[in-house]
Design a protein around this ligand. Structure first.
Ligand SMILES: Cc1cc2nc3c(=O)[nH]c(=O)nc-3n(C[C@H](O)[C@H](O)[C@H](O)COP(=O)(O)OP(=O)(O)OC[C@H]3O[C@@H](n4cnc5c(N)ncnc54)[C@H](O)[C@@H]3O)c2cc1C
Length: 410
């Protein structure tokens, strides 16, 4: 168990600098181009793979070799300071990896996580597929079904997934499906769909408001057959979980048995996602601060007008408060347990901060903040997604409300 400290250790400082340099020299200069193109930034992800940033080893070291839990949020804040669309293209596979790590056996983890990254010579991608056209926040309503074909020891998956980062272009798709619809979220399981499996295809590719370099698309599953070994956690564990859930349902305590596969993943990844939002907010704040020192109005730099200086004071205060919540949640997730949904608290705060700070940055730049020649409007567009994915603002509030009240608030 590590003590909570705000002082980063030598390794963390090195990683922070290494990623900051990459963000400053490679990611940020490319950000406008890929935002305009709205295409997956393969050359930048390749560069990230060449330096070892896009790799399973980096993720494993950042997560496993770090008792403080702070390395990953520190890394993500720097990368997303560079650009969120490219940042998500580099870290999107991490969500699939987290889905495998959270629900799979150690053997499944060793087999499939490396395949979410590939090698610098041949990059691979992972996608974590939960959301559906009619089931986003309400994960218990998933319609995608997985049916076991005992004779062949295969699962047959049918359904449509919506809004999937890397959907259809990924090599490994981790799909959450219902195996026992009567049990709602307790009757769900996660499956690996290996590269090249027939029946999986990309549907609509979305044209988005922000993070436009990141690929987001529907994933269509049409009689997709995967071997029994692709059920994460294995059949025995699933059967036990379903039996317990049926028992609990009979005794009217359905809420108390087993963890939901999608929720388990999101709990673990929320501090990391919140750190991305902190990175965007910091980028906008720093840019606005520099601008305010240069831009003159009424005979002096605009920062010398209290109205602008106070805005910047509030911006840094909100960013620092968000980062503290992120670091607390990241530390707790390695060294304790969440009591008051601290993961959701940090995601809620950081998402709101990113949206608010980037909007204030536009205000400080005036007309220049509103045009695409300057990065601030892009940061504002990018920030909004942090109020939406990995649980909307309202879903974070719901999770916190349930944690502090112990009640099933709807
Ligand atoms: C760019 C992008 C990338 C994404 N990547 C992925 C991915 O890789 N994998 C994946 O599985 N999903 C992904 N998503 C999906 C994302 O997680 C969902 O969009 C999100 O969970 C919200 O679901 P929804 O869009 O269906 O909104 P809805 O659930 O329909 O919500 C609509 C509104 O109702 C509110 N609401 C819903 N329920 C309640 C309630 N009980 N109380 C109060 N308010 C409520 C919501 O907060 C929201 O404001 C992505 C989405 C986007 C836009």
């Amino acid at each position: 168990m590590a003590d909570f400290s705000l002082e980063l250790n030598e390794d963390q400082l090195q990683i922070q600098k290494w990623i900051h340099d990459f963000a400053e020299n490679v990611v940020r200069p490319a950000a406008h181009e890929w935002d305009e193109k709205e295409e997956f930034p393969w050359p930048i992800v390749e560069e990230a793979a060449e330096i070892g940033l896009y790799s399973m080893d980096f993720m494993a070291n950042a997560l496993l070799a770090d008792p403080t839990g702070l390395t990953l949020p520190v890394a993500l804040e720097e990368l997303f300071w560079g650009d969120a669309g490219i940042g998500l293209s580099i870290f999107g596979s991490g969500l699939a990896a987290a889905g495998i790590a959270g629900n799979g056996t150690p053997e499944q983890l060793m087999e499939w996580v490396p395949q979410c990254y590939g090698t610098p010579e041949k990059i691979a991608l992972g996608a974590f597929c939960v959301s559906e056209p009619d089931a986003g926040s309400d994960v218990s309503s998933l319609r995608t079904k997985a049916v076991y074909d005992e004779a062949k020891d295969e699962w047959v998956i049918n359904g449509t997934k919506a809004w999937i980062t890397n959907g259809g272009i990924a090599d490994v798709h981790v799909v959450v499906a219902s195996v026992d619809p009567e049990l709602k979220s307790r009757g769900q399981a996660s499956f690996i769909v290996p590269p090249g499996t027939p029946g999986l295809s990309q549907g609509l590719k979305y044209k988005k408001h922000g993070i436009r370099a990141s690929h987001t698309a529907e994933v269509v599953l049409d009689d997709v057959r995967v071997p029994g070994s692709c059920l994460l956690g294995g059949k025995e564990k699933l059967d036990e979980k379903l039996a317990r859930a049926h028992e609990a349902k009979k005794s009217a305590a359905a809420g108390s048995s087993g963890k939901q596969p999608a929720m388990a993943t999101f709990e673990a990844t929320r501090p990391a996602v919140a750190a991305m939002a902190v990175g965007i907010a910091r980028a906008a704040y720093e840019y606005a601060l520099d601008y305010a020192k240069e831009r003159r109005a009424f005979g002096k730099p605009i920062i010398e007008h209290q109205g602008i200086a106070f805005m910047l004071s509030d911006m840094i205060t909100e960013i620092d408060a968000s980062r503290l919540l992120v670091w607390r949640a990241a530390w707790l997730s390695r060294n304790g347990t969440f009591k008051n949904a601290e993961g959701s608290q940090c995601k809620l705060k950081a998402g709101r901060t990113a949206v608010w700070v980037t909007e204030r940055a536009i205000q400080i730049l005036g007309g220049y903040g509103y045009v695409r020649e300057y990065p601030v409007e892009r940061w504002h567009r990018d920030a909004k997604i942090y109020d939406i994915f990995e649980g909307t603002e309202q879903i974070q509030q719901l999770v916190i409300a349930r944690a502090i009240s112990g009640l099933r608030i709807e």
